[in-house]
Design a protein around this ligand. Structure first.
Ligand SMILES: NC(=O)c1ccc[n+]([C@@H]2O[C@H](COP(=O)([O-])OP(=O)(O)OC[C@H]3O[C@@H](n4cnc5c(N)ncnc54)[C@H](O)[C@@H]3O)[C@@H](O)[C@H]2O)c1
Length: 458
């Protein structure tokens, strides 16, 4: 698209973006929004974060980060240089050239999309929207959200999308805890409402992100994210079902996947686990199935994967029962120590973590449940169905010896697996964190035909 084809408002914004004079805004300063605001600041823009959570706004003002992947030093340097600030007040929208929306998109209890955060944030933006602003939705959502939900709200004041202001969708692909792929070097897919909207979005992201991947519409961009996450959910469902089969057949699923992964083409390894967790994989596919059902289409892979993955916590509890059974013990009354409750390794995020389901199931069956997690110091009573506030315990020799069963749910690098193997009486390992085969280690996806073990010699 040539400069001549750009209408005046768009040309003015392009000039401000290319000269880095644009004032950028990010609504929702969580796992997605804070890294983005920091990258925009580092890219040379002035970045303003807007969040309802005063603690986050105060933390940024104090130059501290509350997201493990974002160093406090980066926040402090940008705040000091006047490149990054945060506020709870949407009035600043009137001063901004671009706004990225990064608010949560959870599911309701019925597994229907909950767009209330997007709607609330967009309504507040609409109150202050000025001509020439670029608005980009980043929250993961079903195809059609940008043009069916966000656009009409933003147009309430009389401005027209694609003409008076610019609108796009760009999915966030951040992988918390991944030191190799960060906001900066993960390619950014962008779909604008019009070609001008796409081009302006590419100008914005191009300053902060290495590779931009333009697509033809907001709906394609929305669907890209759902393909990526549905791909993961379905493949994890497949390998989880394979784990259940291996258990029945007396085969070690970990050995199978590791050997299959040596095929240099046509295979990509996925690993079984205690269930899905986090804000994306357990949730996003249901945004797609909800939307497509409205056309009368029944999305079978998503439902099947959801069913298999959703039942993994029950299978883990069966494994714990097997492990205790080998000691002639019942779950009822046993002390079960859960190692790792974050939804994946080396992060502090417990949203949708299968550990919470497993702990609740154990509690319902009468177990005395405790947990260790270097990333999660405290578990509030309302976060799991056990009801009691729990403080993380240290994985000391005493704590390991005191447990009737130690269950590895999250394989944090900080855990000393040799110590766990040495000190715990029986262990259920849902992540293959303990390599090899040991009489007192019960692995997910590997049958153990040892009904009555002698207590481990210490
Ligand atoms: N966390 C991830 O790994 C990840 C990866 C890719 C995509 N996403 C998607 O990105 C979106 C955001 O996820 P997240 O993990 O950053 O969520 P988060 O909960 O960490 O952060 C969301 C932030 O939005 C704020 N907020 C909520 N309502 C608001 C409103 N009306 N106005 C202003 N601020 C508001 C919250 O206070 C919170 O700070 C979701 O759609 C999610 O699916 C997340």
């Amino acid at each position: 698209m040539t400069q001549q084809e750009f209408p005046a408002l768009a040309a003015a914004l392009r000039a401000r973006l290319r000269s880095r004079q644009a004032r950028t805004g990010v609504v929702g300063l969580g796992y997605v929004g804070l890294p983005l605001a920091v990258e925009l600041g580092k890219g040379g823009f002035t970045a303003v974060g807007i969040d309802l959570d005063e603690r986050k706004v105060e933390a940024i003002a104090a130059g501290t980060s509350y997201i493990p992947d974002v160093p406090s030093a980066d926040v402090a340097a940008l705040v000091q240089a006047g490149k990054l600030s945060a506020t709870t007040d949407f009035a600043c929208v009137a001063e901004l050239d671009t706004i990225n929306i990064c608010v949560p998109t959870p599911l309701r209890k019925t597994k229907d999309p909950d767009l209330s955060y997007i709607v609330a944030a967009t309504e507040r933006i609409a109150e202050h929207l000025k001509p020439g602003t670029l608005v980009i939705l980043e929250s993961t959502t079903y195809p059609g959200t940008t043009d069916e939900v966000v656009q009409p709200i933003l147009e309430r004041g009389g401005l027209k999308a694609g003409v008076d202001f610019f609108l796009a969708f760009s999915p966030e692909r951040v992988d918390p805890g991944n030191p190799t792929f960060t906001t900066r070097n993960v390619p950014k897919v962008v779909g604008g409402l019009t070609p001008v909207c796409s081009a302006l979005s590419a100008d914005l992201y191009g300053a902060a992100i290495e590779t931009i991947v333009p697509v033809s519409s907001t709906r394609v961009a929305e669907m890209v994210k759902l393909l990526e996450n549905t791909f993961r959910a379905v493949n994890i469902g497949l390998v989880n079902e394979l784990a259940l089969m291996c258990d029945r057949l007396g085969i070690d699923v970990w050995e199978v996947v590791t050997a299959a992964a040596t095929k240099p083409f046509g295979f990509m390894p996925f690993y079984p686990g205690p269930g899905l967790g986090g804000h994306c994989i357990p949730i996003d596919p249901f945004y797609l199935s909800w939307k497509v059902r409205q056309t009368g289409f029944e999305p079978r892979f998503i439902e099947l994967a959801g069913h298999i993955n959703g039942n993994m916590p029950h299978y883990v509890v069966d494994k714990i029962a097997d492990a205790l059974n080998s000691r002639k013990k019942a779950i009822n009354g046993s002390q079960v120590l859960v190692a790792g409750i974050a939804y994946k390794r080396d992060i502090d995020d417990m949203r949708e973590s299968p550990a919470l389901d497993i702990m609740s199931l154990l509690h319902q069956k009468g177990a005395r449940v405790s947990f260790a997690d270097p990333w999660v110091p405290h578990l509030d009573g309302h976060e799991w169905q056990g009801g009691a506030d729990l403080a993380a315990v240290e994985l000391t020799t005493e704590a390991l010896r005191a447990a009737d069963c130690v269950v590895i749910i999250t394989d944090h690098k900080a855990f000393d697996y040799a110590q766990i193997l040495r000190e715990a009486d029986v262990i259920v390992d849902t992540r293959n964190a303990i390599k090899g085969s040991f009489p007192n280690v019960f692995k997910l996806g590997a049958a153990k035909l040892v009904p009555d073990l002698e207590p481990a010699a210490r």
